[in-house]
Design a protein around this ligand. Structure first.
Ligand code: PLP
Length: 405
């Protein structure tokens, strides 16, 4: 085996589903990351909204270290203490009483969608043919065949047919089409409270209210996909808390393990108990290593100072972005909640978000795109203010070279 690998090995070794940056990050500490050449970057991307507490957080390192010396894996023929504690934390903190653990956002959504179908099927004698799932245009729910079919971006399911049936897409944030489209045939409605991947677009309060009301009228389950918005990202533990509207099922993943893979589906007892022994499962879901890390993540994120800090950092980001834009006008709009921020490129720069991300690397920061027209920032919730300011100063330099190009 060769020990030295470089970026140029990627094409030879990895199925080409990604086109990674030319640099390779090798070490991280807080919101700093170093690449293989020893260059330091400020991370405003958070591993795509995953490392909510930054890199190598000492409390998380300690939690993982301690569990790694206790027990790694025992399978679902046993339960384990970390997973029970984690379920207790999640149910204490939310509307839910039951949790199913998975390894990813897609799997949490897969569980939610299967549960909604099972719930409807168990009551079929009452409701008849009730299997339709309603989702929204431009939504993103993961990459399994089911979740990619439910997602509202046809480019992600193209070529993988035949796709699962009984899925309908409606326009996002359109109250009247939701009221008409959600019917007695609907078993579930799935929605992101901020559409993350497709441009950081928040769901309007009136829209979410209408979904809740219409689901209640027709006996459909409302699923909030909080894979990206959950775990403090928007300034509350889950974004639904800010809306004051409760779902029937909530899914989360990304930041729950701060990079250690784990996903969760949270629901009520009366819905969750339609999954019975053997009806769903996962080898690694609820693994003690992942659960130990997630327990510590939840403990830290739920501290009032963490969540207040997200709101403070949101204001710092927005003020600085507006200032940058007054000097170098490349953006038309800033959107998002908490530390999930989207900056839409204006007409002169449309389609060039990937280019801006490249300039940001050169300026020493990691940023993200959210579709071709939107720059996305998802830094650590606890990024030190001076580091955030340095990062935004670097972003200004990146915008300068981008605009001058
Ligand atoms: C990232 C994401 C997913 C998919 O999560 P994976 O862990 O990649 O499977 C699903 N829904 C939303 C809203 C996401 O942002």
């Amino acid at each position: 085996m060769q020990d030295v690998v470089t970026r140029s090995d990627f094409g030879e070794l990895i199925t080409p589903v990604y086109s990674p940056a030319s640099l390779i990050p090798v070490r991280g500490e807080g919101s700093y990351v170093w690449d293989a050449d020893g260059r330091r970057y400020i991370d405003l991307a958070g591993g795509v909204a995953v490392t909510g507490l930054g890199h190598a957080h000492p409390d998380l390192v300690a939690a993982l270290g301690a569990q790694s010396q206790a027990i790694w894996h025992i399978g679902n023929v046993f339960t384990n203490e970390p997973v029970l504690k984690l379920a207790r934390q999640l149910t204490d903190a939310t509307f839910g009483d039951r949790v199913f653990f998975a390894n990813s956002g897609a799997e949490a959504n897969e569980a939610a969608l299967k549960l909604a179908r099972k719930f409807a099927s168990d009551r079929a004698s009452v409701n008849g043919q009730k299997f339709e799932i309603i989702a929204f245009d431009h939504s993103f729910h993961g990459r399994t065949l089911f979740t990619v079919s439910v997602g509202g971006q046809p480019k992600y399911s193209a070529g993988f047919g035949p796709l699962p049936i009984g899925i309908r897409h409606l326009p996002f944030n359109d109250v009247s089409s939701a009221c008409v489209g959600i019917s007695e045939k609907t078993c579930a409605v799935i929605v992101e409270l901020v559409q993350g991947e497709s441009g950081v677009k928040p769901a309007e309060l009136e829209f979410v209210r209408a979904l809740r009301q219409r689901c209640d009228e027709v006996g459909a389950l409302l699923i909030f996909d909080e894979v990206q918005t959950g775990i403090g990202r928007t300034g509350c533990l889950f974004a639904y808390m800010d809306y004051g509207i409760t779902p029937d099922i909530l899914t989360t993943a990304k930041a729950l393990g701060n990079g250690f893979p784990i996903g969760a589906m949270i629901t009520t007892a009366s819905i969750g108990d339609h999954f019975t022994a053997g009806s769903h499962g996962s080898t690694f879901g609820g693994n003690p290593l992942a659960a130990s890390v997630a327990n510590k993540v939840l403990e830290i994120v739920q501290r009032p100072e963490t969540l207040e800090g997200v709101k403070l950092r949101n204001r710092i980001c927005l003020e600085r972005l507006q200032e940058i834009n007054r000097r170098i006008n490349v953006f038309s709009e800033f959107r998002g909640r908490g530390l999930l921020i989207g900056a839409e490129l204006n007409g002169n720069y449309r389609g060039r978000s990937a280019k801006l991300v490249e300039h940001a690397y050169a300026a020493g920061i990691f940023t993200l795109m959210a579709g071709p027209d939107v720059l996305r920032l998802a830094p650590s919730l606890v990024i030190p203010i001076d580091v955030l300011n340095d990062g935004l100063a670097a972003l200004e330099r990146a915008v300068e070279t981008f605009a001058a190009e």
